[in-house]
Write a protein of this length. Structure first.
Length: 330
């Protein structure tokens, strides 16, 4: 009997990113109407790409390079929050203290999640218990050598009958290997029967392929690690807006927003920021028995900002915050 390793042959990141922009006009209108909890981030659109990275190699460095979606709305913004890019860390979730110069108060080491090691290391993406579900038939001490990506998807299911209807597919996983079933709920399946169905224990790659809309696929499918991002853009008010809305002159307005947002959240002390991007990044994958989805999980929650004494800083826990010195399209 032949087998096919249950992990995909390559470690690939597939990313879908939604973009939202803070709407100042709505916020001011709400404020003037006495609505104090206004938080009007307006959905702008999305982009999506199935192979942003492959085995640690970055294929798409900017959202505008993604295959699908509203690419123009992302301008020249680099892909952020997943791997180091454009001189920026993979994550930006530290807290800072300031005297004459800024220093890091509490930090975590950024993790390049395009690297397979981060999939295998507990708490860098998934917890120990989540990894035990995703790679249920590969012991933890064997994953470094056996796991090359997230589990493949194949024709399988519970090995049982419901009435006279068999609930499982043609294959199962055992010891990290996909194999063709030779029995159903204890009843043997002959080679003759398998051959009539154009399946064989010798060809799991094709025999274990799923059927989609009644049509059998050509082979078992490799799968990527799925990533979903929400990007929230907060553009600082212009000098005119600072004066009109808050009675602040241009210098005071620039100083306030650069200090409170760019400096306190992203560690940028330059005073040159025009906006910030706060990015929530979620991860998910099917388990190797193709029985459940594990995710969406955010490994950046409960980070340094969680224990901050500043309520404002706490609200950004779990989001990577980046200071941007340009407006979109500049």
């Amino acid at each position: 009997m032949s087998s096919l390793t249950s992990p995909s042959s390559n470690y690939i990141l597939s990313v879908k990113t939604n973009r939202y922009t803070f709407d100042w006009q709505t916020f001011i209108a709400d404020l003037q109407a006495g609505i104090t909890d206004s938080n009007p981030y307006i959905f702008q659109g999305y982009v999506e790409d199935d192979e942003v990275t492959t085995n640690g190699i970055v294929n798409k460095t900017h959202y505008s390079q993604f295959t699908h979606g509203d690419k123009n709305i992302f301008g020249d913004d680099p892909v952020l929050g997943i791997f180091p890019n454009a001189g920026r860390p993979a994550q930006s979730i530290n807290t800072y203290t300031y005297t004459d110069t800024g220093t890091v108060a509490s930090s975590v080491t950024p993790v390049d999640r395009s690297q397979l090691s981060t999939l295998l290391t507990p708490n860098q993406i998934f917890t120990n218990s989540q990894l035990d579900i995703i790679f249920s038939t590969i012991p933890a001490d064997q994953r470094v050598t056996k796991v090359t990506g997230v589990p493949r998807i194949y024709s399988t299911g519970p090995d049982e009958f419901k009435g006279d209807q068999y609930q499982g597919g043609w294959c199962k996983v055992k010891n990290g290997e996909i194999i063709v079933r030779t029995s159903r709920a204890g009843q043997p399946l002959s080679n003759t029967f398998l051959n009539i169905q154009n399946r064989s224990v010798a060809t799991p790659e094709t025999s274990c392929a799923r059927e989609v809309d009644g049509i059998r696929l050509s082979r078992v499918e490799d799968r990527p690690l799925r990533i979903f991002q929400g990007i929230y853009e907060y553009i600082f008010p212009t000098p005119t807006q600072c004066w009109e809305w808050f009675n602040m002159d241009s210098r005071d307005g620039n100083t306030f927003y650069n200090n409170r947002y760019a400096r306190d959240l992203a560690g940028d002390t330059s005073g040159q920021a025009k906006r910030i991007l706060s990015i929530e990044t979620l991860y998910g994958a099917f388990d190797d028995q193709y029985s459940q989805w594990v995710g969406w999980t955010n490994p950046d929650v409960n980070g340094p900002r969680k224990s901050s004494s500043d309520d404002f800083i706490q609200t950004y826990d779990g989001k990577s915050v980046y200071s941007m010195h340009n407006l979109l399209g500049e």
